[in-house]
Design a protein around this ligand. Structure first.
Ligand code: CP
Ligand code: NVA
Length: 306
């Protein structure tokens, strides 16, 4: 695997390989077994949007692998003053070993990969959030022990999270349902991908229909980063698109709840459901660290048990 630009690019086998390595790295981390397989490597982290989890988990992760991270804020880089991404990619390729970028347009990430000569990892765009969904899949497998036969349900905005969950969930063998308002559906490319899976994919505008028989329920904020001007309009559009007791009542017994965080209690999820599933949600957040370490090892060719 050369880059992680979007889950659409990965095969099921590549996804499972990352999850297996992530499990191994988590075990080693918990048991004090050091694994400096990326010794001497430098990860550049470009952030054009805020972050708590992505920044800290990547920075800690590369350190645990024996490398180091450079935090490159949009406010400080020349990219923020209009230097083309093509030039930034070619310059950074001469200094560092990998770039993780969080930005708006997916094209910017794809351009970095095209013009640079080092691996690029997508740390979230408006189109997708592959690192998050690898951690989500890792958490589901930890709790449920399998993917086959499970139903994943997403309620809310057809945004970056929805796009990646649909692709990731279907690729590993789950069935996927989504409830979103008609005007906030997932990306057409993702819907075209999902169509190939026939009745393993189901989209509706009714949360209770989507949640029926679900084994794992996801939601995300009603207003993503960059959409703040639409907050009030979105509050109206998404009213009712919430994980709450009624939704949990139609899901399967023992259904998990996942949230990429940050969460807005009483908007997309009630405080009660959030707190009842807090362990799963914070395990999910922790797994960002392990899953991303696996991604970094694979794209930077760190030899690890292979
Ligand atoms: N879930 C997630 O990506 O969190 P941050 O925005 O804090 O990185
Ligand atoms: N959909 C959210 C995810 C944050 C991790 C956003 O893009 O802001």
């Amino acid at each position: 695997m050369k880059h992680l630009l979007k889950l659409l690019d990965l095969s099921k086998e590549e996804i499972i390989d990352i999850l297996n390595l992530a499990d191994q790295l988590k075990y080693e981390n918990k048991n004090g077994i050091e694994h400096p397989v990326l010794k001497g490597k430098t990860l550049g982290m470009i952030f054009q949007k805020s972050s708590t989890r992505t920044r800290v988990s990547f920075e800690t992760g590369i350190y645990q692998l024996g490398g180091q991270a450079l935090f490159l804020s949009n406010r400080d880089l020349q990219i923020g003053r209009g230097e083309p991404v093509q030039d930034t990619a070619r310059v950074l390729s001469r200094y560092i070993d990998c770039i993780m970028i969080r930005t708006f347009e997916q094209k910017e990430v794809e351009d970095l990969a095209q013009y640079g000569s080092i691996p690029i990892i997508n740390g979230l765009t408006d189109f997708c959030h592959p690192c998050q969904v690898l951690a989500d899949l890792m958490t589901i497998r930890e709790y449920k022990g399998r993917f086959d036969g499970l139903k994943m349900c997403y309620i809310g905005d057809g945004n970056n999270m929805a796009n990646s969950l649909i692709v990731g969930g279907l690729k590993v063998g789950m069935s996927v349902s989504i409830a979103c308002p008609e005007d906030y559906r997932p990306n057409p490319e993702v819907l075209a991908f999902a169509e190939q899976y026939g009745d393993k994919f189901f989209m509706t505008d009714k949360p209770l229909e989507a949640a029926k028989g679900a084994d794992v329920l996801f939601t995300d904020v009603w207003t993503s980063m960059g959409e703040e001007a639409e907050t009030e309009k979105r509050k109206v559009a998404f009213a009712g698109y919430q994980i709450n007791d009624e939704v949990m009542a139609v899901a399967n017994e023992g259904a998990m709840v996942q949230h990429c965080l940050p969460a807005h209690r009483e908007e997309e999820i009630t405080e009660k459901v959030f707190e009842a599933h807090a362990n799963e949600i914070f395990d999910e957040a922790e797994n960002r660290l392990h899953a991303q370490k696996a991604v970094m090892v694979r794209v930077m060719n760190g030899k690890h048990n292979k």
